[in-house]
Design a protein around this ligand. Structure first.
Ligand SMILES: Nc1nc2c(c(=O)[nH]1)N[C@H]1C(S)=C(S)[C@@H](COP(=O)(O)OP(=O)(O)OC[C@H]3O[C@@H](n4cnc5c(N)ncnc54)[C@H](O)[C@@H]3O)O[C@H]1N2
Ligand code: MOO
Ligand SMILES: [Mg+2]
Length: 601
């Protein structure tokens, strides 16, 4: 076996702070050098943070020459131990027997080996093994697998680079235009499968968050914005009543006049047996220090014009009663936003409240629908054609979530037209949300066009239903989502991938980018699919518990399934011993809309 390149990743908060404390990483490097002639070793140390771990793993997996990754640390039971959780989504195939043999060997030395959760698996043409953190453990684990590694790597082979080579050859030699995806499967024409691995949903999300740059840092623009004004800017009455001096106590008072909201504060002198009638929100006269609401007074006299001239105050006035001091709600020492909340209603109304006309920059998004079969909803029905619903749906969804659609276009199934249109669009937008043309058809031009436009295809298929052919690509800070053409697939993948990406680019906090997730009980049993499925369902609140009732036939062309869809129940893939999700079982569900409870029982 020609020289192997290893990646040694130490996962430890402590070693990340003080690299000198890392004994296991160097020990592994030494063991590799002793066992494999002219092996190359790349090292890195990361804290016990999932996205840090995944970023390095993904980078190393993408390096074709790097064939083995040994991680040390973070495999235990402690709260910060997350190495297996970080590793699993990146694996295409787990190798449980390899972990087993490591555990069995380690158990001969210590019973505590049972408390290690390390994983082994394959990603691309790379073998990944999680070892425990101790120097002694890595030595034992390494010695257990040392003999197995060369053969394991032969078995894995490097067909991925072969696929990529074949792919490049076929693309390069192809006549101008489109190559059907199945021609670019691994190997000859007989292999008519997609060359794109079906990535796990969570991994696609990690890739998206790692790839999409935040075009506007709401942090600087909004969350750190100090208030330019005091609210209220004057001492404001909280009630409709009478402004007076609390030192005048209760009893009858002459009414000197009325102060309406919008009047300038008046500075006329005010004796203790006098008062002003005042409206809610109006500025207190300078000499008053409290307001007694009209309900706590008795009208004693009117003047000859019918205006109030004498009232009896029947409660004891206290200084500050029903008065909002200057800056009580917001002062110039405060930040306008006490916490990040990018919802458009909040941002725009708070900015308005301080007289700020800031236009918060938003990602520029275009919607593109592809398909020669598409008719505009305004056209007359035509044989062989269907009405384009995706353009409307995706533009409405953008609006619903507070973003703007700066452009829409409908493209026929033409390589050249798609290429030209996308190329022009990316001159003026940050995101293109496209639907259709990403599956296996010989008219599905989207992926080849993206490659032709030098986009990096991060994801060509996702292990989910609906939405399998969902495509995510980028070029510099331009992002492309190729949602599947089936309307429901486009609906689901918009919510799960495109929306979080746009929010992330807009500067949203990462945990707010994806839809909120609640737990729901299945109202009825549901047969699981071979892929994890996102089922449209309406929510019923029954004696305080949330039940989900599936919205009929879930075929991804049936747009009716989004009617009454409050949530997408996140169902796992079927397994041999679990083909059915039973009624009453609890599953996570992504909330699709604000008013997500359809019925109360
Ligand atoms: N041989 C295979 N065929 C297909 C596979 C596969 O794995 N192997 N995947 C299936 C899955 S899953 C999906 S999802 C679809 C997605 O295909 P495309 O993204 O290429 O979508 P189109 O083929 O363009 O259209 C699919 C379907 O949706 C209708 N459509 C398209 N655009 C619109 C629109 N704007 N408004 C309304 N309806 C639209 C279109 O007429 C088709 O009926 O691929 C499967 N095939
Ligand atoms: O992936 Mo498709 O959306 O299942 O039909
Ligand atoms: Mg298609």
């Amino acid at each position: 076996m020609e020289s192997i390149t290893f990646g040694v990743l130490t996962i430890s908060d402590t070693c990340c702070q003080e690299p000198a404390k890392d004994k296991s990483g160097p020990r592994l490097k030494q063991l590799i050098a002793e066992s494999f002639t002219n092996a190359q070793v790349i090292e890195s140390i990361v804290p016990d943070e999932k996205d840090h771990i995944q970023r390095v793993l993904r980078k190393w997996i993408d390096r074709k020459e790097l064939r083995v990754i040994l991680t040390t640390g973070g495999t235990g039971f402690a709260p910060r131990d997350v190495t297996p959780e970080a590793t699993r989504p990146l694996l295409e195939k787990e190798c449980p027997q390899l972990s087993l043999v490591i555990t069995l060997e380690s158990l001969k030395k210590t019973q505590f080996a049972a408390l290690s959760r390390g994983l082994c698996g394959i990603a691309g043409n790379t073998l990944i093994l999680n070892f425990p953190g101790s120097e002694k453990a890595v030595k034992e684990c390494f010695e257990t697998v040392r003999e197995l590694l060369p053969h394991a790597l032969h078995l894995i082979g490097d067909e991925v680079s072969l696929v990529r080579k074949t792919h490049a050859e076929v693309q390069g030699s192809a006549p101008r235009g489109h190559i059907c995806p199945h021609k670019t499967g691994a190997g000859s024409d007989s292999d008519r499968n997609s060359p794109f691995p079906m990535l796990p949903v969570q991994e696609v999300l990690s890739i998206i968050f790692d790839t999409v740059q935040r075009t506007s840092s709401l942090d600087k623009i909004l969350w750190q914005l100090n208030s330019p004004v005091n609210i209220p800017p004057f001492r404001a009455s909280i009630k409709d009543g009478y402004a007076m001096k609390s030192t005048g106590f209760s009893g009858s008072k002459r009414v000197l006049g009325c102060i309406a909201a919008g009047d300038a504060p008046n500075s006329s002198p005010l004796a203790e047996d006098e008062c002003f009638k005042i409206n809610t929100g109006a500025p207190l006269p300078l000499e008053a220090d409290c307001v007694v609401q009209v309900e706590d007074t008795i009208l004693l006299q009117r003047d000859k014009h019918g205006g109030e001239s004498l009232v009896d105050i029947i409660v004891e006035p206290m200084a500050g009663l029903d008065v909002r001091p200057v800056g009580h709600d917001l002062s110039t020492k405060d930040r306008v936003f006490p916490a990040p909340d990018p919802s458009p209603v909040v941002v725009k109304s708070l900015l308005a409240s301080v007289g700020n006309r800031l236009a918060v920059p938003k990602p520029r998004v275009a919607i593109v629908s592809t398909g020669s079969e598409l008719l505009s909803p305004r056209d007359q029905p035509t044989p062989g054609k269907i009405f384009d619903s995706n353009t409307t749906m995706l533009a409405e969804l953008l609006l619903y979530f507070g973003f703007d659609c700066v452009h829409t276009s409908v493209l026929s199934d033409s390589f050249e037209q798609t290429k030209e249109s996308l190329s022009d669009l990316f001159e003026v937008v940050d995101f293109v949300i496209c639907s259709g043309g990403v599956s296996m058809g010989d008219k599905d031009f989207v992926k080849p066009v993206l490659e032709d436009l030098q986009f990096k295809l991060h994801c060509g298929r996702v292990n989910m239903k609906p939405g399998k052919p969902m495509t995510f690509a980028s070029r510099n800070e331009k992002y492309f989502f190729g949602l599947p053409g089936n309307p429901v697939s486009a609906f689901v993948t918009f919510h799960l991938f495109a929306l979080p990406a746009i929010r992330w680019a807009a500067g949203w906090e990462r945990q707010k980018c994806s839809l909120p997730v609640i737990n729901v009980k299945l109202l009825n049993g549901f047969y699981l699919d071979s892929r994890p499925e996102f089922v449209r369902a309406s929510v019923i609140s029954k004696s305080g518990e949330l039940y989900a009732s599936v919205n009929g036939d879930q075929i991804s062309s049936r747009l009716q399934s989004i009617v009454g869809a409050d949530v997408l129940i996140n169902l796992p893939a079927a397994t041999s011993d679990r083909p059915l999700a039973k009624a009453g079982e609890v599953f996570p569900a992504s909330v699709l809309r604000y008013d997500f409870i359809s019925k109360y029982e």
